[in-house]
Design a protein around this ligand. Structure first.
Ligand SMILES: O=C(CO)COP(=O)(O)O
Length: 159
């Protein structure tokens, strides 16, 4: 088994205004809308993005400014994963549906893996999202620990 890991940690400073991704599978979209209605004022103070259909509903129904990426089954999860790998995302709120297999399940798994890898806070349901948004850290700068990509590359360079 290859269990190579980044040998060191690095840090990244999250600004007081967070970049928050919002995603919900179809079976969880009404729950996300209900949750986002409760947190509308807080959310509007941050930079929001989301997968296509979710973002469209948040904008249309709640008037939130949300950057809409591709719809999930067409690559939206991968785009959000890329934001994580580029260190351009601070929080992930992803109401994934535990009852419905998705055609793009590998993309969903990949996104959740990158969030775990890069130490991005994730909420997968309304209660965890309540805890995340009510944290005093939401509106403060925060030093996040993450893998040191330079040290990883260095450790893998042939001698
Ligand atoms: O499928 C999704 C996430 O895996 C969500 O995509 P939509 O917001 O486009 O429905």
């Amino acid at each position: 088994m290859n269990d190579a890991r980044p040998p060191r940690q690095a840090t990244r400073r999250l600004a007081a205004t967070k970049r928050i991704a919002l995603i919900a599978h179809d079976g969880k979209k009404s729950e996300l809308m209900e949750w986002a209605t409760r947190w509308q004022k807080t959310l509007s103070g941050h930079t929001l993005l989301g997968t296509g259909t979710t973002a469209g509903r948040l904008t249309r129904e709640l008037g939130l400014e949300v950057e809409g990426l591709m719809s999930g089954p067409l690559g939206g999860d991968q785009q959000i994963g890329a934001r994580i790998a580029e260190q351009r995302l601070d929080l992930l709120i992803f109401f994934w549906d535990p009852f419905a297999p998705q055609p793009h399940d590998p993309d969903v798994k990949a996104l959740l893996r990158l969030a775990a890898l890069w130490n991005v806070p994730v909420a997968c349901n309304a209660a965890s999202a309540d805890f995340l948004l009510s944290s005093p850290l939401l509106d403060e700068e925060y030093l996040l620990t993450m893998p040191d990509a330079e040290a990883w590359a260095e450790a893998r360079r042939p001698a």
